[in-house]
Design a protein around this ligand. Structure first.
Ligand SMILES: Nc1ncnc2c1ncn2[C@@H]1O[C@H](COP(=O)(O)OP(=O)(O)OP(=O)(O)O)[C@@H](O)[C@H]1O
Length: 616
């Protein structure tokens, strides 16, 4: 409001609106009697000092009638707006809470209704509901509804992709609660602005219906009705029509200018707010049965020319208390793998697997409650993992309220305790602050604290330190290591930085083009890595002995897009060792030694040679 008042348009609209609202409240009290007083000696007079806008056919003062009509005109316009906006909001958010088929029907109906001009809809409903005030209010309300429903759908869709919604989902927050707590507060601003603009349109539309005789009926009167009466004698004396006409224009202008000023303030603020960022992840394979068992995991999406499969048969196992790193270039399928094991891949994505088990149970049949408390996710950009409109403490507490049935107070106390556990200074005070009041590193620690509200057995951290400086990065990694040690939780750390993984993890999974190409213990990474892709990744890491005058080592070429993977090893076009077989047949992930697997024809040949040599 303060920002809006600083602009001339905002100031003018607020003054005008204030004036109109004051008139709406006080005019009927002050001048109601004078506006209703019949004077048979002054019928249909023109403007004079006694009657500024003249009198009507019963000698009533038109100036006072215009002032007194402010209440009914604005009141009815606001009532129609409220009904229209609320109905639009209900229809627009219905697809979020209804089953998919029902949501589609609502969306299609709204799309059809949006195609009709508002005034046409108003006239159509006016005929259905009949002439009169109630009919006109409903007609205008339902004329506003489709555009609001559409706006709500669009805004909801834009918020639904944010990480904090995914985080709330993985915590098992129900659809209604998700809508009320997480979606609506984040789309309220544009909705309110558009409702203000709609109020201006409703006001003029209402005046139009009354003017046409299908709105307010005598003895009640609004500006539209007064305008209609004045128009009958506009060629004799224009003032009786001019008065209500000016009032309609001024009020419509006030609402529209206010909406515009609010929109420009909001737009300005949004430009300086960081937008949502994508997340990423990857995976590898291990022996039978662990905390998380993944076998032949595939994630596919419909593309323009058939299905594309960014994750193509990933298998790995995470054991209790293990810390596993997943590395790979952008687009290798790391994030999708992590989303798949967290049940967060959205329609139209399709997840299939020969085996996908968490804590010994098929992931499909693990309850939201169990998954919400035993699996914690830490995304790359913690800002988008939080709902910006809610205090940190309350957001963290929600996990225990939803899953452990704790009271608000107990859950909040636990949240403060967990903030203390991740070494947030002054946790009581910090719990009452909003996400934007935290630094990046602190937010990341808060996300981890949120995961600790349950009893996490697996923490999936997707590039948790990418946006942080090295000091804070080390703190967050230490915290993850501490969580793992103190709670015996397994950690799946996704990172593009192979050195971070080498320093912190027990095993590393290297992903390329939607598959795991090598898996080995991190202490063997620098000595025994076999896949040319892994060695190229390691060679690209500068160390203290790197010649600072020479150009940094890079891997030539780029990884293939999911839709353009051809026969053969996907790394072959970039591999200096590739031969004919590499270009025609894709190698399987094969065990070299216990705990070391690699998908490369060259390694397999060496292995066979070595075996043959040993046998001889
Ligand atoms: N919803 C989607 N629809 C279609 N394709 C998708 C979708 N999500 C991801 N992809 C594709 O899947 C591939 C793998 O994506 P993913 O996010 O898992 O990669 P990543 O290895 O985590 O990369 P980065 O490190 O850049 O995040 C990408 O090529 C991406 O374009």
């Amino acid at each position: 409001m303060r920002s809006a008042l600083r602009s001339p348009i905002g100031l003018a609209s607020v003054v005008l609106l204030g004036f109109l609202l004051a008139l709406a409240v006080f005019a009927p009290l002050l001048w109601g009697d004078r506006a209703a007083a019949i004077d048979t000696d002054a019928l249909q007079q023109g403007p004079s000092s006694a009657h500024l806008l003249g009198t009507d056919s019963l000698g009533r003062d038109i100036f006072y009638r215009v002032l007194v009509a402010t209440r009914l005109t604005i009141g009815l316009a606001l009532l129609a707006t409220v009904i229209g906006v609320v109905t639009g909001l209900l229809l627009g958010s219905a697809p979020t809470v209804l089953p998919r088929w029902a949501g589609r029907i609502v969306t299609s109906a709204v799309n059809i209704a949006v195609a009709f001009p508002g005034l046409l809809l108003a006239l159509f409903f006016a005929v259905i509901f009949g002439t009169g005030t109630v009919g006109a209010v409903l007609a205008i309300a339902f004329a506003i509804t489709p555009s609001f429903a559409r706006l709500t759908q669009t805004l909801t869709a834009s918020v639904s992709g944010r990480d904090f919604i995914a985080a709330a989902r993985v915590c098992g927050v129900g659809r209604f609660r998700l809508l009320l707590r997480h979606v609506l507060p984040n789309i309220a601003e544009p909705l309110v602005i558009n409702a203000t603009l709609a109020a201006g349109s409703a006001l003029t539309a209402f005046a139009g219906l009354s003017f046409l005789g299908i709105g307010v009926q005598a003895p009640s009167y609004d500006w539209g009705r007064l305008l209609g009466e004045g128009l009958n004698r506009i060629y004799v004396t224009p003032a009786p029509a001019l008065g209500p006409a000016v009032a309609v224009v001024l009020a419509g202008l006030a609402f529209n200018l206010f909406g515009e000023a609010a929109a420009s303030v909001a737009g300005h603020r949004q430009q300086s707010t960081p937008g949502p960022r994508p997340v990423n992840e990857a995976t590898v394979d291990t022996s039978e049965g662990g905390l998380l068992t993944v076998r032949n995991l595939r994630v596919a999406f419909p593309g323009n020319n058939g299905w594309i499969t960014p994750v193509r048969g990933v298998s790995f196992t995470v054991h209790n208390g293990e810390m596993i790193g997943v590395v790979g270039e952008s687009g290798s399928g790391k994030s999708l793998t992590a989303l798949a094991v967290s049940r967060l891949v959205e329609h139209p994505g399709v997840v299939t697997a020969d085996r996908l088990e968490f804590a010994g149970k098929p992931l499909r049949s693990t309850s939201d409650r169990e998954l919400g408390t035993s699996l914690a996710m830490v995304f790359q950009d913690p800002m988008t993992s939080f709902n910006p409109t809610r205090r940190i403490g309350r957001q963290i507490a929600e996990v225990s309220e939803v899953h452990q049935g704790m009271s608000r107070e107990a859950a909040f106390r636990k949240a403060v305790d967990r903030l203390r556990a991740v070494r947030i200074p002054e946790p009581e005070r910090k719990a009452r602050q909003y996400p934007h009041e935290f630094s990046g590193g602190m937010r990341q620690r808060v996300v981890i604290a949120m995961g600790l509200m349950g009893e996490p057995r697996l923490v999936i951290a997707d590039e948790p330190t990418t946006a942080l400086d090295v000091t804070v990065q080390r703190e967050v990694l230490r915290l993850l290591a501490r969580v793992r040690k103190e709670r015996s939780a397994a950690v799946l750390l996704i990172s593009h930085d192979i050195t971070v993984v080498a320093q912190t993890c027990d095993r590393v999974l290297v992903m390329y083009a939607g598959r795991i190409v090598e898996e080995l213990p991190t202490d063997e990474l620098f000595t025994s890595a076999r896949h040319p892709y892994t060695t190229a990744l390691l060679a690209a890491v500068p160390d203290m002995e790197t010649d600072r005058d020479a150009p940094l080592a890079v891997i030539p070429g780029r990884p293939p897009e999911p839709g353009e993977i051809e026969a053969g090893c996907p790394f072959a076009p970039r591999c200096p060792l590739a031969d004919e077989r590499c270009r025609s047949e894709e190698p399987e992930l094969t065990a070299l030694t216990d705990g070391h697997r690699v998908a490369c024809w060259r390694s397999e040949k060496e292995l066979m040679d070595a075996t043959a040599g040993g046998a001889a």
